[in-house]
Design a protein around this ligand. Structure first.
Ligand code: FES
Length: 105
């Protein structure tokens, strides 16, 4: 079994406020969402097609896919409206020393 590890993906101060960015690390394409003073992370590829959610539109805790406008809750990856039906993988995030760390299993 592979050990989970915390991966440093960004400085908190480098995240655009109330917006989303894409981060690629080996084997993972991750969307990082800044919502108020909280940070969330999900896989970056929509479960409906080959669109990157970091190119989509974030409103509150909802990310809208740029391709067919499906929406997900960024807090847990839950699909919120058609055409998306499958949840996104979500990642646990913690902030330490001004850095954003994502737990990769
Ligand atoms: S590819 Fe995202 S809703 Fe279709």
């Amino acid at each position: 079994m592979t050990q989970a590890q915390w991966v440093d993906v960004s400085a908190v101060d480098d995240l655009p406020a109330d917006d989303v960015i894409g981060i690629e690390i080996p084997g993972h394409d991750i969307a990082i969402y800044s919502v108020g003073d909280r940070v969330y992370a999900t896989e970056n590829i929509c479960t409906h097609g080959q669109a990157r959610l970091s190119d989509g539109f974030l409103e509150g805790c909802e990310i809208e896919c740029p391709l067919h406008q499906g929406k997900f809750d960024v807090r847990d990856g839950k699909p919120l409206c058609e055409p998306v039906t499958e949840p996104l993988r979500s990642y646990t995030v913690k902030i330490e020393g001004g850095r954003v760390l994502v737990r990769i299993a």
